[in-house]
Design a protein around this ligand. Structure first.
Ligand SMILES: [Zn+2]
Length: 265
């Protein structure tokens, strides 16, 4: 009797446990299903909210473009006076003054002038780069001779992309690039490509070596700092023009420009 009662009691307790565990499991299961469905719906709602916002943005600004930087006073001055003589006729022949070929905004080159890279300039460039290397600087001429046709393509692409006013601020019009002479190189330091074509190159030891030694190889920094009004170009620490060692040394010693040397400033 006693045994039977206690076995019955045991069975009842086991059943309670079963109900309790079963109940807990069902609550967890149902809970997780409900949570999954709810969070999915929230995701959908969030998505819809974002889409709506985007649609609103597109409606108020149908062609989103990055805002151009506001023009500074200097920009506006350049814009109205970009140094070109508008309507100027391109000459039939290139201009030589005191026997020196000149290419500038005042002295454009004819489209037919296509001398290619000057062999003497090339030879002196290589000598300069070799000696720079001995001094510890690996320099590279990354841009040299550019034909009239190539400059046309370049300039036209810039105009298409940024408009004429903007393009005139950083690119020469065809016939006005000194690179068409075959006597010019844009130079930078290998490994410092981040400062190529920037003023900062002139502040690097490599840029300073070039500034101080280029004349020994017949090159001048063509557009130096502080001579913008004379040359018609912003300071370019990377643009070097071959004029031969005699003229280059004189220009370097006097800290002047090709325009001043030729008396055409
Ligand atoms: Zn250049």
């Amino acid at each position: 009797m006693e045994m039977q009662r206690s076995r019955k009691k045991e069975k009842r307790i086991n059943r309670y446990w079963l109900y309790l565990v079963g109940g807990l499991v069902s609550v967890l299961l149902i809970g997780s299903v409900v949570w999954t469905v709810w969070s999915k719906q929230e995701n959908v709602k969030e998505h819809e909210r974002k889409n709506e916002q985007l649609a609103k943005e597109i409606a108020t600004n149908p062609d989103p473009k990055p805002e151009p930087a506001p023009l500074t006073k200097e920009d506006t001055a350049e814009k109205t006076d970009n140094g070109y003589i508008e309507g100027q006729a391109i000459p039939q022949e290139p201009s030589y003054i005191k026997g020196v070929l000149i290419a500038s905004k005042k002295y454009p080159l004819p489209s037919t002038f296509a001398p290619g890279e000057d062999p003497e300039a090339k030879k002196m460039l290589n000598e300069m780069l070799n000696n720079a290397k001995k001094a510890g600087f690996t320099l590279q001429a990354f841009s040299g001779y550019r034909s009239y046709e190539y400059q046309t393509t370049l300039y036209d692409n810039y105009v298409k992309r940024d408009g004429k006013d903007a393009a005139d601020r950083y690119s020469a019009r065809p016939g006005y690039s000194e690179h068409q002479t075959g006597l010019v190189y844009d130079i930078g330091e290998v490994g410092r490509e981040d400062v190529w074509l920037t003023e900062a190159f002139g502040e690097t030891p490599a840029g300073q070596w070039l500034r101080d030694h280029a004349h020994e190889y017949g090159f001048i920094m063509r557009y130096p700092k502080g001579k913008e009004d004379v040359t018609g170009y912003m300071y370019e620490s990377w643009h070097f023009r071959y004029v031969g060692t005699t003229i280059a040394s004189e220009i370097f010693t006097k800290q002047s420009t090709l325009e001043e040397y030729l008396g055409i400033e």
